[in-house]
Design a protein around this ligand. Structure first.
Ligand code: NDP
Length: 401
């Protein structure tokens, strides 16, 4: 009997819930928990209307409070906690998993609320305690981070003796019809994009200005797009876990309209996370901005077009140079028809479900705190094809300058 506790009831959680129910032979029971139990109940009603076999319950929890999470785990007794709340809750939930000896999985690395800085050090510091407790933590199991790490392990296992360069390309050619909206939590998304960029080269990270480096790439099934170099968390673990790697870059596409809105919001101070006094009340401009922007969960029915996220590798196999591109193309409207959400939540939620499935079925059961590229990629790659995120590969890709 497998029982999973899903913390969070937002866009990504909605997909995880649908996908767990579609795989009821593994996920026999799930509990959806967040601060707002009505959101959890709404998700439960959606999947129950579809008649899946998985038994769904809901609960209220403030995951900023470790004791509350411990109490919920003790009463529900799950085998795994799938954390699809926000990165701020990673450490409190990991503490609760340690206290109750339950496996853990998330999709984004810890960020303190008051500093726009994300890195693995805080979560990697739990390695020894998870090893000693005999429980598994899988970090960053969405698409990027997540599938990009699985793609990397797969490339290394099957096509390379050594990978020398990696470009991660994340393109969203979706159109939701709003002048400006973010596809996932606006606060997390804008913090990521307005932070300095960085790339890894010859053993160290080099920092750039935010959105300083721009390239144009002709994406399969999507066409030519402007993309910008960002700092992204999987570069940190891949720089350690890909032996011989010399260079890693991460690019994300943004339209000119999106960049213009973002620059204006930044210039007028709306993306700041420094509290200000407004009519006698302390407010954080970015949190206020989040409140006036469209809710990402509402974009599903309006978004048309596709995403293309993938990785281009160069390196050596049997003394010969090899190029390899592996990517997934996902259609916003198809995702909406299937699970009622757009492709950004879909491409994050499906891998989170598959990662949890890998742990529950023992394929990725390894005591300690791990990034996805540390596990066998093959069963995960098979599940991507079966569970809605089929991938394609090419050995003659266009290269990024
Ligand atoms: P949403 O904002 O839509 O949902 C977040 C959910 O977290 C809400 O349901 C909220 O519910 C819940 N939550 C927030 N604080 C708490 C708390 N203290 N206790 C319990 N629940 C809480 O975000 P998304 O679904 O878009 O994103 C979810 C996660 O996925 C984020 O961490 C994001 O960074 C990550 N992500 C990862 C990607 C990847 O490829 N790896 C890509 C996209 C997103 P309530 O208000 O009721 O508490």
């Amino acid at each position: 009997m497998s029982r999973a506790l899903i913390i969070g009831a937002g866009g990504v959680a909605g997909v995880v819930v649908h996908k767990c129910c579609q795989n009821s032979e593994v996920f026999e029971e799930i509990c959806i928990a967040s601060r707002t139990v009505s959101k959890c109940d709404a998700l439960k009603a959606q999947v129950e209307a579809k008649g899946y076999k998985t038994k769904v319950t809901t609960a209220s929890v403030d995951a900023d409070n470790t004791e509350e999470v411990i109490a919920l785990i003790n009463s529900y007794k799950p085998q795994i906690v799938i954390n699809v709340a926000l990165p701020y809750q990673d450490l409190t939930i990991m503490e609760a998993c340690l206290a109750t000896k339950v496996d853990y999985l998330d999709t984004a690395n810890y960020e303190p609320k008051d500093t726009a800085k994300f890195e693995y050090s805080w979560q990697w510091a739990y390695r020894e305690r998870f090893e000693k407790a005999g429980i598994t933590a899988v970090l960053g199991c969405g698409f990027d981070p997540g599938v990009t790490g699985v793609f990397s392990a797969y490339a290394l296992k099957h096509y390379f003796d050594e990978i020398h360069t990696l470009d991660i390309l994340d393109a969203n050619a979706g159109d939701h019809g709003y002048p400006f909206a973010t596809n996932f939590n606006p606060e997390i998304n804008i913090r990521e994009i307005t932070a300095p960029g960085s790339y890894f080269e010859n053993g160290e990270f080099h920092e750039t200005e935010a959105l300083e480096i721009k390239r144009v790439y002709n994406f399969p099934e999507i066409g030519s797009k402007d993309m910008y170099l960002l700092h992204h968390e999987e570069m940190e673990s891949l720089a350690l876990n890909l032996p011989g790697i010399k260079k890693i870059r991460f690019f994300m596409t943004f339209s000119e309209r999106y960049i213009t809105h973002l620059r204006v919001l930044e210039n007028v101070g709306m993306t700041s996370i420094e509290p200000i006094n407004f009519e006698g009340q302390q407010i954080i401009p970015l949190q206020f901005l989040k409140a006036v922007l469209p809710d990402p969960a509402s974009l599903g029915p309006r978004t048309k077009g596709k995403t293309n996220i993938g990785c281009i590798y160069t390196g050596i196999k049997d003394g010969k140079e090899v190029k390899y591109y592996v990517y997934n193309v996902c259609d916003h409207e198809e995702c909406y028809r299937e699970v009622g959400s757009q492709a950004i939540s879909y491409t994050t939620g499906v891998p989170a479900m598959i990662g949890a499935m890998m742990v529950l079925t023992g394929k990725w059961k390894k005591a300690g705190v791990h990034n996805v590229e540390e596990f066998d990629p093959d069963p995960f790659m098979d599940k991507l094809n079966e569970c809605g995120l089929p991938w394609k590969e090419s050995f003659t890709p266009d290269m990024v300058e």
